[in-house]
Design a binder for this molecule. Sequence first.
Ligand code: B12
Length: 289
Amino acid sequence: MMRTLSPKELALAVDVSESSLKRWADSGRIRVTRTAGGHRRISLPEALRFLRESELELVHPEVLGLRDLNVVPDEERGAADLDERLLEYLQTGQTEAARGMILWRFLRGESAAALCDGPIRSAMDSVGRAWRSRPDGIFIEHRATDICLQALDQLRLLSEVSPDAPTVVGGAPSQDPYILPSVMAATALSTEGIRAVNLGPDTPAKTLATAAAHYQAPLVWLSLTATDLTRVAVERYFGELYDSAGRRLTVMVGGRSRHLVRQLKSERIEVGDSMAELLAFARGRLGAG
Ligand code: B12
């Protein structure tokens, strides 16, 4: 069960009066449900949506159970070099600070897609360049990946997706071990209300086809990153995918090795460079604006 808040709790968290909060609820600025006894209740995702769209500061995040935010010090909130701070947290293994920074930026109004395409992508790029030159590079790379996964999972947990929303499925193909890009895809979609089922790395074509059929997915995403993927292997993968699912499947491909599909002529394969593009394409497919 998703946690709900009383107007009093949310008022306390953002440091406004309970009566202001009730007024906003009654005017429809905040969506509320009612308990059997008629008391207003606000779901946590709805409280966060309201916060993201308002100018209000979350003064007491612990009231909402978002303790990570307390580790973003006040002086950091105005800093111009937020992206560099995030890189430092990822490089030095400051898990709570990195999670707090990403959550704080999300609540300040940045989308998950923008956070993935911007600061997280560029930080992981820097982390990835260090592995050759430092003996501890691979350890840092694995640790940073896990910290990003924790931060993105947190955003996913805080999003609200209707159970009967259309479902987009995706993952990375066989022999591709990369976890983060597909978690980014799932996070970018679900934080915008699009249900996303992530099958993760090393997903056989038949499995992806089974999931697409199960959910009658209007779109499948495929993230290609592994350095040893070949054009032939990718073509074989698509062959199997279409054999199992039928050619009507619409697939959006992205990731560092996305060039491998360039030869694959099909109007049902779209290539994208970013989570923003995935989100825009998914919205178009779902007719969601
Ligand atoms: C973590 C990591 C690993 C980990 C992965 C852990 C895990 N389980 O996930 C492990 C240890 C497996 C690994 C191994 C290797 N790695 Co590595 N790895 C990385 C690193 C640091 C981060 C990867 C990551 O998660 N990136 C985060 C995502 C966000 O970045 P992204 O892929 O660019 O995604 C963006 C877009 O491409 C797009 N996108 C992604 N997917 C999709 C999907 C759709 C549909 C759309 C529209 C868009 C889209 O949106 C994203 C956000 O903007 C990268 C550095 C980097 N720059 O990414 C190196 C990197 C990819 N690895 C590299 C190398 C060389 C290797 C190894 C060969 C090292 C070795 N000798 O063992 C092996 C090869 C493994 C293999 N089979 O390919 C090189 C690749 C160089 C090249 N030739 O392209 C990189 C670039 C590092 C470097 N600069 O040298 N790696």
